[in-house]
Unconditional design. Structure first.
Length: 145
């Protein structure tokens, strides 16, 4: 079973996951049986932070740096910027959530579609290829309304 989600956005709503604290070492209590060296791998020395989805409130453990962990150090780079590299659920240190990790809110995303006329060349009146380029006359002046 996997510990991590292989993603940095919310599992439930795709919202932005943000750190709730400064990066710190993973504790034995958080890692549980995965703290011990097992098959050449351990999470002892991992730098992490409690994190939460900005939109739905789901709780995560943000993975920041595994370079000091046995088995991972040779494949991990240090992360002095403290950016989130991966996530697991906070209460389970796993890719499956515990009840406390579940979202506070169900998110409904609504898309608004606004249509605007395509920009036209001020010189010839034809549609431009891009905002600032007309292939017919190479005009880069203001567009006609």
């Amino acid at each position: 079973m996997s510990r991590n989600l292989y993603k940095t956005d919310c599992h439930f709503c795709r919202g932005e996951v943000v750190k709730e604290e400064d990066p710190r070492p993973l504790t034995l209590g958080e890692a549980g049986v995965y703290w011990q060296l097992r098959d050449g791998y351990s999470y002892e020395g991992m730098i992490c932070a409690d994190a939460k989805c900005r939109d739905c409130g789901a709780k995560y453990l943000a993975w920041i740096d595994l370079s000091a962990c046995a088995g991972y150090g040779t494949r991990s780079q240090t992360n002095p910027g403290g950016i989130i590299l991966d996530l697991s659920f906070r209460s389970t240190f796993n890719d499956e959530p515990g009840n406390e990790d579940m979202p506070y809110y169900r998110i409904e995303k609504i898309v608004t579609l606004k249509k605007h006329p395509w920009p036209r060349c001020a010189k010839c009146g034809e549609k431009k290829v891009s905002e600032n380029y007309c292939p017919n006359c190479f005009d880069t002046r203001e567009v006609k309304p």
